[in-house]
Design a protein around this ligand. Structure first.
Ligand SMILES: [Zn+2]
Length: 303
């Protein structure tokens, strides 16, 4: 009898132990972390090979922006009005080679210097916004483009311009409106966490069109539209783009009153730090350098 009781007791104990083991196993399995992050070594970040420099070139009353990727790939967006001035500036920057040029729109203060640039450098790619003009300046540019052995592309919203490790997206125009300024090519340049918006002479209706198309976003740097004219940089545009820094390309004491005090006040109220390309008689080219994580501006002499 005692033997039977002992056997039953042993069986109960064994069963209990088994149940406890099963529960312990279940609990430990159930509450294991989803991934064993603590045990997986975090890979070293890739060697930092990204970076770029942007020169907001002092071309007086006009516009010219040179973008150079760390790989050496380069894009000149517009070339100001004066052939001599862009030649001097590019030589002053030590530019020996230029891969591509872009014309935001065919106004003389943006394309006047472009025929000289085509003369100076063997350009591989030319990007146009599709706008045309019956001016002599545009005629000279058209002849210069015809003489250049370059691939000529008319771009529109959604297109991408290859430039080394940089992303250059075309945000505007969607479709041409036949208004020269409003058809300005707008470019979003980005690399890693750093982004810039170059808006040419696009005005408030273009800004609204880009807002409606949902292509605008928070950027670090804005080249202020239309040389700081009151017709650009609308409050609703600024609220979306939220730049930390604004660069204004306008001639010192220009007859257009650029930049307009209203726009400057709006930018200052939004805590946008401002740089200007033409503040003295000297070369006031503004330089931005970036490693695609941070960026910094270098003041030109006299700023
Ligand atoms: Zn202009």
């Amino acid at each position: 009898m005692l033997r039977i009781l002992l056997a039953v007791l042993l069986l109960v104990v064994i069963l209990l132990v088994l149940v406890v083991l099963a529960v312990a196993l279940y609990v430990s399995f159930r509450y294991q972390p989803a991934t064993n992050e603590a045990d997986t070594p975090i890979p070293e970040p890739a060697p930092d090979v990204q970076g770029f420099t942007i020169y907001f070139i002092d071309v007086g009353q006009g516009d010219s922006t040179l973008i150079v990727d760390r790989s050496g790939a380069s894009l000149l967006v517009d070339a100001g009005r004066s052939q001599q001035r862009i030649r001097d500036r590019l030589r002053g920057l030590g530019v020996k080679d230029l891969d591509a040029v872009a014309m935001t729109h065919p106004d003389a203060d943006h394309i006047g210097g472009l025929p000289e640039v085509l003369e100076l450098y063997p350009i591989e790619r030319i990007y146009l916004n599709g706008g045309a003009s019956d001016t002599q300046t545009f005629g000279e540019l058209t002849a210069g483009i015809a003489a250049e052995a370059a691939t000529v592309t008319t771009v529109a919203r959604g297109d991408v311009i290859p430039l080394g490790g940089l992303q250059v997206q075309v945000l505007h125009p969607g479709a041409l409106s036949d208004d020269s300024n409003e058809d300005s090519m707008v470019l979003l340049v980005s690399c890693g966490g750093v982004s810039l918006l170059l808006t040419g002479d696009a005005e408030a209706p273009s800004e609204r069109a880009m807002l409606a198309a949902g292509v605008l976003r928070d950027v670090d740097v804005l080249k202020v539209g239309h040389h700081g004219s009151r017709t650009s940089t609308s409050p609703e545009f600024l609220v979306t783009v939220r730049p930390e820094v604004g660069v204004i390309s306008a001639g010192v004491d220009n007859s257009y009153g650029h930049p307009h005090p209203e726009v400057v006040a709006r930018l200052e109220a939004a805590k946008v730090q401002l740089w200007a390309t033409d503040t003295t008689g000297a070369d006031n080219t503004v330089t931005l350098t970036s490693d695609c994580r941070r960026y910094q501006f270098q003041p030109a002499a006299g700023q």
